[in-house]
Design a protein around this ligand. Structure first.
Ligand code: F6P
Length: 571
């Protein structure tokens, strides 16, 4: 157990000073930039390959200095070291939190990280090599299905952290996919998911990866059984296997592998533990994409690309661990989130990638941030003393612009937003014809796209005054509707290209932002007790849904009525 108690941030002198500072502060991005042209340069930082512009946030140099002081007063430096060293900072589960060890890769001769008697570095490396050997076999065609055909489709079956990270990275890195291979991801226990994702697949060339940290998750095990039945049925129908237990077992051996920390349960499911890839209880589900949970990615993109992804994580880890908070991007972004949540009353935070390949990034971040920091008690069990986790949400630009940006520009709520873009697109297409008006012939479409990225943060920051609206000849009764207040905060993140390393850097950036916020609030960002009650009740209600009247009678009146109506409708 870690002995250190949380510091109540509201009792620190920095918090008191932030409160006074906030009372006196009148955010004025137009004025601030006009009076201080160096602001843009001064408040932009480099973290590994990411250029991060914080200048359009509602913060002055004094705000940032106070937030940095707050970080020190809540003992953030100590907590960072405690995490990297492997102390049991996941207090409610009495576990170390060592996702950073998954990408540490110590140099030759460097002392290994040993935690709770485990040589963490050696174990991580051994598992990576096992995954790499498997990935190479599948990619080269040396691994075949029972009929000797190479694998064309890998289907990852998992949910939450055993799905969202792999899906997000798969989509982000799709241009690196090996020709002739594809991956699919089944997560939902809605039978539609597995039915649709397998509908056009050939069982002879399909390999399932059952990914579950606990190997006890209802959704994943149910989907795995459905997939196994689909496999047997399909192979038997094609005359590829006999109708015997031995043939079925052999088929599972060739078409199923597993990823888990519970290898005994893998064996119970019928998957040979030799075909299972392990990780450890010190990796939280939502922090696990860079563990064996990323096996589908190692297969799809190759072990070297997977190592590049890990190197990206590591570059951000090093930045976080070694850079003074004044220039430390995850620390500053996390502290700004605290500023918005606790002083400016923001309740949500938008993440808006101007990169279609990042279209699942917000979904991924929702689990990372909200399962981590959606807590009302601190790590010592006492109530939190401030508001905690924001609602994270988002969609890629420019789609979001034509949907919900109206509210960000002119709504009554403050919504800090992170804009993410890459300079070099995977598909550098040119609009040869153009339209002769808005789009010149030969326009680089990525540049049209990024013009929106630049324009949106500018519009949000600086707005449009009533006088500017009037100057356009707008009728007086429409002036207020066409006015933009500005002072809507954004952070811009610009990367050279969506490489595996950059994707790793982005993920680690948000992991550490989440950690920083959790430390300020004094919460255990690594447990998730809030998901348990619903799981338990679903199991209790399942017999009632299936027609057990005695079980139905145990339920509350509303649930009884809903289940009855469901049964009538089901027919
Ligand atoms: O129910 C929430 C959760 O425990 C997540 O934290 C986790 O990522 C997900 O379920 C899946 O868990 P597992 O990998 O053990 O199947």
């Amino acid at each position: 157990m870690t002995t250190s108690s949380p510091v109540d941030p509201t009792t620190t002198s920095a918090w008191a000073d932030l409160t006074t500072h906030h009372e006196a502060l009148e955010p004025d991005l137009r004025g601030w930039f006009a009076a201080d042209p160096a602001r843009a340069e001064r408040l932009a930082f480099q973290a590994a390959d990411l250029y991060v512009d914080l200048s359009k946030n509602l913060a002055t140099d004094e705000t940032l200095a106070l937030l940095v002081r707050l970080a020190d007063e809540v003992r953030l430096p100590e907590r960072i070291e405690a995490m990297f060293r492997g102390e049991h900072i996941n207090v409610t589960e009495d576990r170390a939190v060592l996702h950073t060890a998954l990408r540490r890769l110590p140099a030759e001769g460097e002392e290994h990280l040993v935690v709770d008697g485990q040589d963490v570095d050696a174990d991580v490396e051994a598992e990576l090599q096992k995954i790499a050997a498997f990935a190479d076999k599948v990619r080269s065609g040396a691994w075949t299905g029972v009929t000797g055909k190479p694998v064309r489709t890998i289907v990852n079956i998992g949910i939450g952290g055993s799905d969202l990270g792999p899906v997000m990275v798969y989509e982000a890195l799709r241009p690196y996919l090996q020709e002739g291979l594809e991956a699919r991801f089944v997560s939902n226990i809605d039978p539609t998911d597995v039915a649709q994702k397998t509908a056009d697949l050939d069982p002879e060339t399909t390999l399932f990866i059952v990914a579950s940290k606990t190997f006890g998750t209802l959704e994943t095990l149910t989907n795995a059984r459905l997939a196994r039945a689909w496999l047997w049925e399909g192979l038997a129908a094609a005359g590829a296997i006999e109708d015997t237990d031995a043939a079925r077992t052999a088929a599972v051996g060739q078409h199923f592998v597993a990823v888990s920390t519970a290898l005994d349960k893998v064996a119970d499911f019928g998957i040979d533990p030799a075909n299972a890839f392990g990780f450890w209880d010190w990796v939280g589900g939502r922090y696990s994409v860079d563990s064996a949970i990323g096996t589908s990615l190692a297969v799809a993109f190759g072990p070297n690309r997977f190592r590049e992804l890990l190197a990206g994580f590591r570059a951000m880890d090093e930045h976080f661990r070694t850079t003074p908070f004044e220039r430390n991007v995850p620390a500053l972004m996390g502290l700004l989130n605290v500023w918005y949540t606790n002083f400016l009353g923001a309740q949500s935070h938008a993440v808006l990638p101007y990169a279609q390949q990042l279209h699942r990034f917000a979904a991924y971040l929702q689990q990372l941030t909200m399962e981590s920091n959606g807590k009302s008690v601190r790590w010592d069990g006492t109530p939190v003393t401030t508001d905690t986790g924001e609602v994270f949400w988002g969609e890629p630009g420019t789609n979001g612009q034509h949907a919900f940006y109206q509210l960000i520009h002119q709504g009554t709520r403050l919504i800090p937003a992170d804009f993410i873009a890459v300079a070099n697109p995977a598909y550098p297409l040119v609009d040869a014809e153009g339209d002769g008006k808005q789009v010149p012939a030969g326009a680089d479409v990525h540049e049209l796209f990024l013009a929106n990225f630049f324009a949106q943060t500018k519009a949000l920051a600086f707005g449009k005054t009533p006088d500017e609206v009037r100057a356009e000849g707008t009728a007086e009764h429409l002036v207020s509707a066409r006015t933009f207040s500005g002072n809507r905060p954004t952070t811009s993140i610009l990367a050279p290209a969506l490489t595996p390393s950059v994707v790793g850097q982005l993920i680690a950036l948000y992991e550490h932002i989440t950690f920083v916020q959790g430390v300020v609030w004094g919460i255990d960002s690594f447990d998730q007790w809030g998901v348990e009650l619903g799981k338990k009740l679903a199991l209790e209600i399942a017999p009632a849904v299936a027609g057990d009247d005695a079980a139905l009678a145990q339920q509350d009146a509303s649930t009884q009525a809903l289940v009855r109506r469901y049964r009538e409708l089901r027919g």
